[in-house]
Write a protein that binds this ligand. Structure first.
Ligand code: BTN
Length: 265
């Protein structure tokens, strides 16, 4: 039986205690991340904003995130906390591990991986993107974990059809309410483990599931493109990278794109 994707059915599924205790569900919104950022004073820690569709969904590095209605999950989680070094990067990683584990529980043989920092790909196509943003002012710091998961999409626009996939396209036909609930439960469990033990608790799992290690890549940031090789993921979640001249550096920013070399050499 197909369960309708609405707030009532999502709430029936959720078993997490703090993340998802408050759920706001919108039929249409500009961007769930923007909503959380705008109203965060009024929202409790752990509030989750979900939208059936977004009119101005945002991705990392200023790109837009494709809208879909009734076929994709668009949600943002508010974490009200003091921010330490690397929290943005590490919590993005933890969020991607949480989504990855949910999908693996639906199909244990699926070829799903994390592309550093936090894209989730099935084969070489993206099924989930995560946009983590800080809210920092004189009095408060908080973090928004924005998660976009392609669940029931049967096709994508021409612009992204070669790069995007959905769970449905990989023979996973699942209720969106259940996916939302399982992701929130996993994020909750992992978030509190992170607060207690730090990212080192997750590093083995992250390395095991990361598709970039040992790969030749090009790293793209605002001003340059650097060709080299990913050597490892460091214990703090940053990327250990060796450029063509053999210079080794650590990449901490999650505002870069790590791509395969096709088209660059
Ligand atoms: C990326 O891979 O570039 C990140 C995409 C993040 C998309 C999600 S959808 C819900 C939330 N609201 C937004 O505007 N963006 C994130």
């Amino acid at each position: 039986m197909c369960i309708d994707y609405n707030k009532e059915n999502i709430l029936k599924e959720i078993e997490s205690k703090i993340i998802g205790r408050n759920v706001l569900f919108f039929e249409k919104i500009k961007s769930t991340n923007d909503y959380v950022k705008e109203f965060f004073y009024e929202l409790d820690h752990g509030t989750v904003v979900i939208a059936r569709s977004q009119t101005k969904g945002r991705g990392r590095r200023g790109v837009s995130w494709e809208n879909g209605k009734n076929d994709s999950i668009f949600m943002s989680i508010l974490l009200k906390q003091k921010l330490k070094n690397n929290d943005v990067l590490n919590l993005s990683h933890i969020c991607s591990l949480s989504v990855l584990n949910v999908v693996k529980q639906l199909d244990k043989d699926i070829n799903i991986k994390i592309k550093w920092p936090n894209d989730i790909v099935i084969g070489d196509k993206k099924v989930c993107g995560i946009l983590t943003e800080c809210i920092c002012n004189d009095k408060n710091t908080a973090l928004v974990l924005g998660i976009g998961i392609n669940v029931k999409n049967r096709r994508f626009s021409e612009k992204i059809e070669n790069k995007a996939t959905s769970l449905y396209m990989n023979d996973i036909d699942v209720d969106m309410c259940k996916v939302v609930a399982r992701v929130l439960e996993n994020v909750e469990k992992n978030y509190y483990s992170y607060l207690q033990y730090g990212f080192k608790f997750f590093i083995d799992d992250y390395r095991k599931n990361c598709c970039n290690i040992d790969n030749d890549v090009v790293i793209i940031n605002d001003s340059e493109k650097i060709i080299g090789k990913v050597i490892d993921i460091n214990i703090d979640g940053s990327l250990k990278f060796k450029d063509k001249l053999g210079v080794i550096s650590d990449v901490h920013s999650n505002e870069v794109s790590v791509r395969g070399l096709m088209g660059y050499v």
